[in-house]
Design a protein around this ligand. Sequence first.
Ligand code: AMP
Length: 190
Amino acid sequence: MGRRILFLGPQGSGKGTQASRLSALLGVPHISSGDMLRQAVAEGTDLGKRAEAIMAAGDLVPDDLVVAMVAERLGKEDARCGFLLDGFPRTQAQARALDEAVHGDAVDTVVLLEVPHEELMDRLLKRAEEQGRRDDTPEAISRRLELYREETAPLADYYPQHGVTLATIDGFGTIDEVFVRIAMALAGDA
Ligand code: AMP
């Protein structure tokens, strides 16, 4: 059985970038709920139609829709030897639903990326300018950071209470520096 790692961190913490690198290193799929939802929107599926306006506002897509989407993805063959979850679960209800869907051993390690608030805002505003992502308006960015604090950050307590290892990583630095910190933390508890 491979690694089942959850990346936790606010928007702009670099978790997508780091999860994608680590996925290449470990040879397990990078499962990003945000990427899956953006794809559903681009393809105009029923799910995409329901999610589009919610995502543009920076709000959370309803738990049942996201849970069904990710549970189906985790059931695919390539996820049997491990995976990296990015952006899911984002609420305690999602974490509980995930545990139920996969009989309690969904995740073995949580990687929590911590970045100071000012650095986050700098990165996010820069990204909005460079990439022109339609859902990166200043209002949507603040809303996502607020929801992260209220709904998602408590998962950093939830998982250790359920026997999952928590690796808290300083996410301030270059992509390479942060990646080395993550790889070392994971090697330590392998
Ligand atoms: P992300 O790329 O992870 O920042 O996700 C982009 C947007 O997709 C979020 O702002 C939410 O609207 C939606 N989203 C992604 N993952 C979830 C989730 N686990 N639960 C609810 N909404 C989500």
